[in-house]
Design a protein around this ligand. Sequence first.
Ligand code: SAH
Length: 248
Amino acid sequence: MAIGKVFLIGAGPGDPGLFTLKGKACLEAADVVVYDRLVAPELLAYARHDATTVYVGKEAGYHTLPQQEINQLLVNEALAGRTVARLKGGDPFVFGRGAEEAEELVAHHIPFEVVPGVTSAIGALAYAGIPVTHRDLSSGFHVVTGHECLQSTGVNWGLFTAENQTLVILMGISHLEEIAQRLMAAGRNPATPTAVVRLGSTPQQQVLLGELGSIAPIVREANLRPPATVVVGNVVRLAETLRWFDPD
Ligand code: SAH
């Protein structure tokens, strides 16, 4: 029997309208759809009626299926000759362990394709009226994980202190206090405009605005829960002016 192909597909940050045409074509062709928690449920409507859909969770702190079992599932389905659509939030290669899944497929000689998606690092901010760059305010951006901030192997926050650089932190909401402290200790100005965007591009989108020195208590008081993206930099000032998406 021929080995099935696996498509690693980015589902975008939340708004189903941001899904790509190629992603849609892959979903329509799939025998099996394996999807994460942050994937817009509307997208599953593109799957065939006879396709098997498997929810594999993925939430901060715990996975419904451990990564090893997700990898195994993809391998087993492909080896059984089925076409697999692996739907992941945002872009499949921006955190979220898409690269590890691809490595596992290579190890088993399983053909695969990657279908990029709109990453929340850019898309969720855009829906909050925050451009990641601006000619006068930011000449570039960094996207880092806030998840590893307490590990010695983790992020070197001292690399992100320049005023003309935007810093986007994914998975950082639970450690926001420490992250802000470390950035300021490394030299980032406490007055740097800072925003937190939760569930960006969805009807539940929430945006909190503050400064690097004040954002952690603001987030704590609002009792904001993941998934949320933190953005530090002068571009955050534009959020008031460029705000265009009003989910209410
Ligand atoms: N591959 C994904 C990121 C996976 S890591 C991507 O490219 O977007 C999961 C983190 O992404 C969350 O902890 C949160 O920081 C961020 N995230 C995902 N969806 C989001 C959304 N709709 N709004 C804001 N942040 C989001």
